[in-house]
Structures are given as structure tokens and as C-alpha cells.
Write a protein that binds this ligand. Structure first.
Ligand code: DGL
Length: 266
């Protein structure tokens, strides 16, 4: 079982930012990644729709003998993780905006969180604010167009820069010195985000925290892969596989093959 893969999915390519963190920390683990790009963006879909998609992708990853599943999507997490954890027989690890670490590091006491509207208006996010937001000002901003920019591979254009400027200006104007990337797509925009917000602002994402959680869960369940060979990665998309190949290879940093998700799950 320990040589079985870790399954990871997101609404699109955003979860590759989490996959990169897992690969860097756990080089011997086999990984299976599904981009639900045929249904992206999730941020505008109903919770019921997102739950159905999470179930389909989880079922597919179970056909790949996944030993654990990472919901590498803040939006899918708030909509579906509770259901998955009560119905799926393997560990489910999920993501949430890094509010707690941001509150710990802010000096001005003003923290910005950018994410999808679904994430920011969810009960889970409001509960994070209640748990960790005491004594600080947390400003939120939904960014409805940033996922599309990343899915289009547009990581550096003036249009993308203008959107980042539009979304972060009010937060910076209010004195934020810390910015939480509450969507797994946004780490791919880090270079541009740093340019726009400047070197004084700390930018925090969830890759390292999720990877620690994956390690801890696999260790506790004696599921870590102790083989010493480099782990393999397999990629699927519910979108158009040919064009996905170019974008996946760019984001992953080396050429990869992307398979079309079997129709029964797409
Ligand atoms: N990567 C997803 C997240 O972390 C983006 C959701 C979407 O497709 O709108 O929320």
C-alpha cells in the first residue's frame, strides 16, 4: 500500500502548486494529479455541483489505487471535504487559506486574504477568522478573474498585472503587510504579485503547510513510501488534454504527458 500513489485534484492547474510542494518534500512518493479544467472555475459553481465533481474525481483516483487524497482546492474543500471524509475509506487532506500563519507574522496587524468568493463567504473561512483573527484586521478580496488567467497560462501580461493591482490596492491602502494567497492557482502568479505589492509585503501560501499535513497523516497511518526510487507523477485533465500538456509542462517546469480523464469521470 505504501507504494500506492497520493491522489491530488483541483478545479484546474492550480493544485500543481501543491503538487510541487509535495514532490519537493516527499521525492519518493508516487503522485496522481487531476485537473478538473473541463469544469473550471469552481468559484462560480454551486456547492452541490462542486460536491458531485469532488466525488467523481475521488472515485477516479480510487481506481488509481490512491492511498490518500489531497483536495488541492480551497473552493472544493469548503464545498465537499466534509462529505468526502464521511464517505471515502482513505485519508482526505484538504487546504484552507493560511490565516493563522499570517496573523502570527503581521507587524501592522492588517492582513489581506485573496481567494474565490465561495471560499471567502464559506462557514469554514468565517470560522477561521473567529479562531485566529482576534486583535488583527483581516481584509478579504474575491478575485473572480485570476483563475482564468492562470488556466490560460497568462502569468505575466499587463492584463494579469492590472487585475492583481485592482484586487490588492484596497488591501495595501488599508495598511496590510501580509497577503494570504487563498487559492491554489495564485502561487503561479507570485512573481507578478510581489512586483505589484512590493518587497515590504509578506506573501503566504499553503503549499508547505499542506505538505506537512500529508507527511504527518501518511506517517501516522504507516503509509509513507520507503522505496528509494524517485516517485512517478501521472497527470489527467477533464479538459482538452493536448493543450493541457503545454500548460502543465510550463507550470511543472519540465515536459509531462497529460491524459484525458476517462469519460465516466469527466
Ligand atoms: N484552485 C481553486 C481554489 O484554491 C480555484 C477555484 C476555482 O476554480 O475557482 O479555490
Amino acid at each position: 500500500m505504501s507504494a500506492a500513489p497520493i491522489g491530488v485534484f483541483d478545479s484546474g492547474v492550480g493544485g500543481l502548486s501543491i503538487l510541487q510542494a509535495i514532490r519537493a518534500a516527499l521525492p519518493h512518493e508516487n503522485l496522481c494529479y487531476v485537473a478538473d479544467s473541463g469544469h473550471v472555475p469552481y468559484g462560480t459553481k454551486t456547492p452541490e455541483y462542486l460536491q458531485q465533481r469532488a466525488i467523481a474525481l475521488t472515485q477516479f483516483l480510487l481506481t488509481q489505487e490512491a492511498k490518500a487524497i489531497v483536495v488541492a482546492c480551497n473552493t472544493a474543500t469548503v464545498a465537499a471535504v466534509r462529505h468526502l471524509r464521511t464517505t471515502v475509506p482513505i485519508p482526505i487532506i484538504a487546504v484552507e487559506p493560511a490565516v493563522k500563519p499570517a496573523v502570527a507574522v503581521t507587524k501592522t496587524g492588517v492582513v489581506g486574504v485573496i481567494a474565490t468568493a465561495t471560499t471567502l463567504t464559506s462557514k469554514q473561512f468565517l470560522s477561521l477568522l473567529e479562531q485566529f483573527g482576534a486583535g488583527v484586521t483581516i481584509l478579504t478580496q474575491a478575485c473572480p478573474h485570476l483563475v482564468h488567467q492562470v488556466e490560460a497560462g497568462d502569468l505575466g501580461s499587463s492584463m494579469t498585472r492590472a487585475l492583481i493591482h485592482q484586487y490588492t490596492s484596497p488591501i495595501l491602502a488599508a495598511g496590510a503587510d501580509t497577503l494570504v494567497l487563498g487559492c491554489t492557482h495564485y502561487p503561479f502568479l507570485r512573481p507578478l504579485i510581489h512586483e505589484v505589492v512590493g518587497p515590504e509585503v509578506m506573501v503566504i501560501d499553503t503549499g508547505a503547510a499542506v505538505t506537512r499535513q500529508v507527511f504527518n497523516v501518511l506517517k501516522a497511518k504507516h503509509l509513507l513510501n520507503h522505496n528509494q526510487q524517485p516517485g512517478q507523477e501521472h497527470f489527467w485533465t477533464s479538459g482538452e488534454a493536448k493543450s493541457a500538456q503545454t500548460l502543465f509542462s510550463t507550470l511543472w517546469g519540465q515536459p509531462v504527458q497529460v491524459q484525458a480523464l476517462p469519460s465516466g469521470f469527466a
